[in-house]
Design a protein around this ligand. Structure first.
Ligand code: FAD
Length: 440
């Protein structure tokens, strides 16, 4: 195969990049190791930020069939607040829910219609190098063997002057290229599954701020997102800025979360429809050099999940668009120099917001600070509406500045209230390994 660009991975990031590149006339091949449609561990929640760019991908009419939500219902500090999405220029005033099996397929279809060639069941195993420059990928195709198990059925190489690394949070191809997350960046850990429930068409995302380990509050949250097909997507997420995260078994946390629901929710272990699935959320722009000679890194592979709220789809789509713009210039110029401005471009859009986000998750990694912030925020609908807007990075005309202002306001409140709201630290946990974080 000879192409202008090879995209590794057909998640939202990879397929959006394929769409934008194909639309600009580039010959694009997408290698995806799974067969589509395929399930993907996710909360399936789409904020107005995601919807804005899904619309740019031409999904407008398809979005009509997704489950619509007016905003976020937050439960914490003994209160419940319904927070509607803000009315902002440039963003829709609603969110959506769409299982990733379908969403990722919809975006891939848009890219194929734009002219991108997809190779499903094809895994990029390592980069082809010419000196220090990436000039393509080595790939293998696997299939289920007759007696069960998986066997290699084909292999080969594909050449292209540019490669987009969009292989997700664990980024095996990225690692083969030597791409690393910066030490000290936050990571989210989350688990989810589906339950049958009459709340499947609720008008709101629901977020529970009080996850507990015994009597102690943990810095994380649980969610219920209405899927609209008779089920809800329910999960919990935790931050590694919480010093004792290794002691938390996500399977247990999810079980305990389900046990917290009132009977009226109709969500119980008996209504669970699929096994638990967990995953990681690399946050805050944790890959410090997401480009090199002949390649760019986007989405989760570049560590671009929003540290404030764990949202990653919007950032995979947006970094795909940004990188594609530079790749079009690089193709026209015939060299990699244009890609050198990628980090600067990311910094312009996300730099200050993500820097503050990283500080924010460091502070809320302390259960006392987390509790204090919840208690202060939940006292006021107005404060929480503002916090909601900042956490979802919906600062339409204000770039990162609203994030700065919002964060400073929240920190001021926390500083004032922390001493009064201090509670004993979480008790010493039973040591256990990170391996506990996994499917049930
Ligand atoms: C439990 C959980 C809940 C979440 N909930 C939300 C949410 O509600 N909303 C939200 O916005 N974000 C959420 N996220 C984050 C979101 O799922 C990710 O940010 C998003 O999937 C990133 O998209 P991506 O395209 O970068 O990577 P991915 O979606 O991970 O796509 C990567 C693709 O690359 C393929 N691939 C990997 N290696 C190779 C290879 N070597 N060769 C070929 N193909 C390869 C994979 O099969 C996959 O299809 C959640 C994450 C978790 C773990």
């Amino acid at each position: 195969m000879e192409h202008d660009v090879i995209v590794v991975g057909a998640g939202p990031g990879g397929s959006a990049a394929a769409y934008f590149l194909a639309r600009s006339g580039a010959k694009v091949a997408v290698l995806e190791k799974k067969k589509f449609p395929r399930p993907k561990t996710c909360g399936d929640g789409l904020t107005p930020r995601s919807i804005k760019i899904l619309d740019e991908l031409g999904l407008g009419s398809k979005l009509e069939s997704y489950q619509k939500v007016k905003g976020l219902r937050v439960l914490g500090a003994g209160k419940t607040l319904d927070l509607d999405w803000p009315a902002l220029d440039g963003f829709p005033g609603y969110g959506l829910v769409r299982p990733r099996k379908d969403l990722d397929n919809d975006i891939a279809t848009a890219a194929m219609e734009a002219g991108a060639q997809y190779h499903f069941g094809t895994e990029a195993t390592e980069p082809l190098m010419d000196g220090s420059r990436v000039v393509g990928v080595r790939w293998i195709k696997k299939a289920t063997a007759e007696g069960g198990g998986v066997q290699k059925v084909d292999e080969g190489v594909a050449h292209a002057p540019f490669v987009v690394v969009a292989d997700g949070a664990s980024s095996p191809f990225g690692r083969a290229l030597g791409i690393e997350r910066g030490a000290g960046y936050p990571l989210g850990l989350a688990i989810r599954t589906y339950y049958r429930s009459h709340r499947h068409d609720d008008d709101y995302f629901e977020s529970w701020l009080e996850l507990r380990k015994g009597d102690h509050l943990l810095p994380g949250y649980g969610w219920i997102f209405p899927v609209g097909d008779g089920t809800v997507n329910v999960g919990v997420g935790l931050l590694t800025t919480f010093g004792e995260w290794r002691s938390v078994n996500l399977n247990h946390l999810q079980r305990d979360f389900i046990d917290m629901f009132p009977k009226s929710y109709g969500i119980t272990h008996e209504t669970q429809t699929e096994p638990y699935q967990s995953g990681r959320l690399p946050m805050g722009g944790s890959v410090e050099k997401p480009y090199g000679e002949g390649y760019v890194v986007i989405g989760d592979a570049a560590g671009m999940v929003n540290p404030f709220n764990g949202e990653g789809i919007a950032y995979a789509l947006e970094t795909a668009k940004l990188a594609s713009g530079l790749l079009v210039d690089a193709l026209a110029a015939g060299d990699s120099a244009q890609l050198h401005s990628y980090r600067e471009a990311l910094n312009d859009v996300y730099g200050s917001y993500y820097r503050i986000g990283r500080k924010f998750v460091k502070i809320i990694g302390n259960p006392r600070a987390f509790r204090a912030l919840c208690q202060v925020g939940m006292r006021s609908q107005t404060i929480m509406e503002f916090v909601f807007q900042v956490l979802a990075n919906l600062a339409a005309d204000d770039g990162g500045k609203l994030g700065d202002r919002g964060f400073r306001a929240m920190m001021k409140l926390a500083e004032r209230e922390l001493p009064r709201l201090a509670e004993p630290e979480i008790s010493t946990p039973t040591p256990s390994s990170e391996k506990k974080v996994g499917a049930a």
